[in-house]
Design a protein around this ligand. Structure first.
Ligand code: ATP
Ligand code: MG
Length: 426
């Protein structure tokens, strides 16, 4: 695994940052936290894999008085986007003395002249109170853009550092833009700040927005429980985010022990049959008169049947929430059992709420460390968080795969323990 960080050149300008510990490029955070594994690797003559530690460097590559930076947000909304934008601007301005920061409107469209989106000027004043707002003040978009056009725009505007906040697609764009920049031998740094509300980015212990999503999702589970217990044979069915990974559903269910069933994309389930989900739900309703079901949007896709792809090429998922609601209604009607099912889909509400304090603090640290990296001339990388340490990771590494809930791991076994649900398999 290559964890080396690309650099634009030697950093020679002394950093203005005083009263804060500086970090050198040879300070690393081990990938593997097991002492036994690390010792074994050393005994076998291997160098244990590690990530470069994030933080301010002694020297800068860019001269802050001449530097122009740009910030772009792309992909779906996620709590904390504005916190990251704000902290990037404040750190550039107050810590480094950078006076020119541009806000690129509506994702990468903002770098392509034909769209005609105006550029925003970002100052401490203009970003002063954006952290209380959900969404992104820059706007966002999907869909491919020409890399040549984007690099042209960066050169034309004389941008030295581009900060790109977004999901897997955005990180792919960072990689492609860096390739375009390298081909032209231009001196532009591109730093990614990965965004995934689902917490499914590889090599990142935590991503911003996830804490907020779990906090709000847990409240929704409580609401579903109130609804379920409020009427005879009540069912509260909650659909949560999680296209390929069920982290939000799993953590929210652990936060509130009211969920009786948690369905996630990683764990297939049978709907019909004596051990299938509907039969187990029937037993629960007859025994306890109420049930709370939490389903992640990517679960049960063999039943929900999504079709085609969106503008970004992501498969369109079938709506498992609506599918389950109808399947449950029909099943109980067939059995002659009266049911009171309440379906709650809070996904868009969760995406656009203000970040929790915990996420807001996390966003600030990510943004500060992104700025330190850019100022030092690092590029083609993302700022990440590995085992509670802030680190720099090559962008090509984080786009190689995705994290999922391990079905034999401690998270899923805790969920099974908390819900008492069986495997829904013969
Ligand atoms: P999310 O997954 O949360 O929705 P995302 O960043 O994956 O966020 P996308 O719409 O996939 O969202 O990508 C954002 C933008 O990144 C796209 O609008 C596109 O301009 C750019 N992009 C995506 N993939 C590539 C690629 N392979 N090469 C160049 N640009 C890309
Ligand atoms: Mg994506």
């Amino acid at each position: 695994m290559d964890t080396a960080i690309e650099s634009l050149g030697v950093a020679r300008i002394p950093s203005p940052l005083k009263h804060v510990q500086h970090v050198t490029d040879d300070e690393c955070i081990l990938y593997d936290s097991s002492a036994r594994n690390v010792e074994q690797q050393i005994r076998e003559g291997q160098t244990p894999v590690s990530f470069m530690k994030a933080g301010p460097r002694d020297f800068m590559y860019f001269d802050p008085s001449k530097l122009k930076c740009a910030v772009v947000t792309a992909g779906g909304l996620c709590p904390g986007l504005n916190n990251v934008i704000r902290a990037i601007v404040l750190t550039l301005y107050y810590s480094y003395g950078v006076r020119n920061v541009l806000g690129i409107r509506y994702g990468f469209q903002g770098l392509v002249p034909q769209y005609g989106h105006p550029i925003l000027e970002l100052t401490p004043k203009s970003v002063g109170d954006i952290a209380e707002l959900g969404g992104t003040v820059l706007g966002s978009s999907r869909g491919p853009q020409s890399v040549e056009d984007m690099v042209d725009a960066l050169e034309r505007m004389n941008v030295g550092i581009l900060f790109a906040i977004g999901g897997d697609g955005t990180m792919r764009a960072v990689s492609k833009i860096c390739e375009g920049i390298r081909n032209r031998n231009a001196k532009i740094s591109v730093i990614g700040i990965p965004k995934t509300i689902d917490n499914d980015i590889s090599y990142m212990s935590r991503s911003f927005g996830f804490n907020t999503a779990v906090t709000v999702a847990a409240e929704v589970i409580t609401a579903a429980h109130v609804e379920a217990t409020g009427s005879p044979n009540g069912i509260g069915l909650v659909k949560l985010m999680g296209r390929r990974a069920g982290f939000i559903a799993s953590y929210a269910a652990l936060a509130k022990r009211d969920a009786n069933f948690v369905l996630i994309p990683e764990s297939d389930f049978d709907l019909e049959g004596p051990h299938g989900f509907l039969a187990v739900l029937e037993k629960r309703i007859l025994d306890r008169k109420h049930a709370v079901i939490v389903v992640a949007e990517g679960a049960g896709q063999q039943y929900a049947h999504g079709e085609g792809t969106d503008e970004s090429g992501n498969p369109r998922l079938g709506d498992i929430g609506i599918f389950l609601k109808e399947a449950i209604d029909e099943y109980f009607k067939g059995k002659g059992i009266e049911l009171n099912l309440k379906y709650i889909d809070p996904s868009y509400t969760i995406r656009s709420v203000e970040a929790t304090s915990d996420d807001a603090i996390f966003c600030t640290f990510l943004a500060q460390n992104a700025v330190h990296a850019g100022m030092a001339g690092k590029t083609n990388m993302v700022v990440g968080n590995w085992r509670d340490e802030y680190v720099y990771i090559p962008v090509d590494l984080v786009i190689t795969g995705r994290k999922q809930v391990e079905l034999d791991g401690k998270l899923w076994s805790s969920v099974l323990e908390a819900t008492g649900q069986p495997s829904f398999k013969p």
